[in-house]
Design a protein around this ligand. Structure first.
Ligand code: SF4
Length: 317
């Protein structure tokens, strides 16, 4: 069979489902490759992870087309509604196959999930609807790692998994550099978990303080982590701060300043960006810019910095 693959989001971040489908079809002896509109296919897979990516617009030259991915299952402005029926899971034998990293030319990196699901069920997040409201182990590291120097984990809440000890031991034994690309749930931190994190090779760590009202649960844990040997320097200790979702600007700034005082870098994530105010967008630009933020400690002064910059630019021309 001739199999075509379409990564609707583009090729900036490798699509794990397509890498697994590629591996599975190659194992069946099929001819697999990126979709070429000038060729004819028996079957084409079209996958989209991000809701805001426009769909593939052209007629597909194939006997059968299968569409899948989270991007087809999130509906409504701001992406608040996830419809599981529009996002069918891969068959087990595909889901648990070693991915075809070569599809994206990846040689030094392994990507995958050790756990799925999250007990939190945050209103702005689809994980509970997609994967269930419980973090559970779904794989051993060897399922998608075979000695690469870098491991990217897409787990939504590995610290909430009852098997976290076993999984962290597997990660430590790999001696690879670990990237928890979905961040870690600070509320789940304990001294024992922090010690397990410390045993890993990590360049950058991400937490989140999404809801202002979680202050009492999040802050003591972030303080505990900041005092530990697992804490990297502030550029590499990042805390996502969700804004434009039920908080005031004062509460957003309080989170940003508090995190900075603790030695973290706050990273503003804007909910429902197209409908966010100018102030929210300015706050995002100010806080997330690694050159401006250290030079301009107060958001209130950000506009003045911009003016100065403009004047300097004027003198250049
Ligand atoms: S803690 Fe994170 S993964 Fe879990 S529901 Fe909330 S946003 Fe989603």
């Amino acid at each position: 069979m001739k199999i075509g693959l379409i990564d609707v989001d583009g090729h900036n971040f490798p699509n794990l489902a397509l890498m697994k489908l590629s591996a599975w079809h190659k194992r069946q002896g099929d001819d697999v490759g990126w979709y070429d509109p000038f060729s004819r296919y028996d079957l084409v897979y079209q996958s989209k992870v991000f809701a805001n990516t426009p769909d593939y617009q052209f007629i597909i030259n194939a006997d059968k087309v299968v569409k899948g991915g989270t991007g087809y299952a999130i509906h409504g402005a701001g992406g608040e509604h996830y419809c599981k029926a529009d996002d069918p899971a891969l068959p087990d034998e595909v889901e648990h196959i070693y991915p075809d990293y070569g599809l994206y030319g990846i040689t030094d990196k392994a990507i995958g999930f050790l756990t799925r699901g999250c007990p939190r069920g945050c209103l702005f997040c689809i994980v509970a609807g997609k994967e269930g409201k419980r973090s559970r182990k779904v794989a051993d590291l060897s399922e998608f790692w075979s000695g690469q120097k870098n491991i990217v984990l897409c787990d939504p809440n590995i610290l909430a998994c009852p098997d976290w000890r076993d999984l962290f031991q597997q990660l430590a034994d790999s001696r690879a550099t670990i990237d928890f690309n979905q961040g870690l749930d600070a509320r789940m931190l304990t001294e024992e978990k922090i010690a397990a994190i410390e045993r890993l090779k990590i360049k950058e760590i991400h937490f989140a303080w999404d809801r202002y009202e979680d202050k009492a649960a999040v802050l003591p844990k972030l303080k505990m982590f900041a005092k530990s040997g697992a804490m990297p320097n502030s550029h590499n200790a990042i805390v996502y701060v969700l804004v434009n979702h039920g908080t005031t600007i004062e509460q957003d700034l309080e989170r940003i300043y508090t995190l900075r005082d603790l030695g973290y870098w706050a990273y503003v994530m804007v909910y429902d960006k197209p409908h966010a105010s100018r102030t929210i967008h300015d706050m995002e630009r100010w806080c997330n810019n690694r050159f401006i933020f250290p030079k301009c400690p107060r958001f209130e002064d950000y506009g003045k910095v911009e003016e100065v910059k403009d004047e300097r630019q004027l003198t250049l021309f």
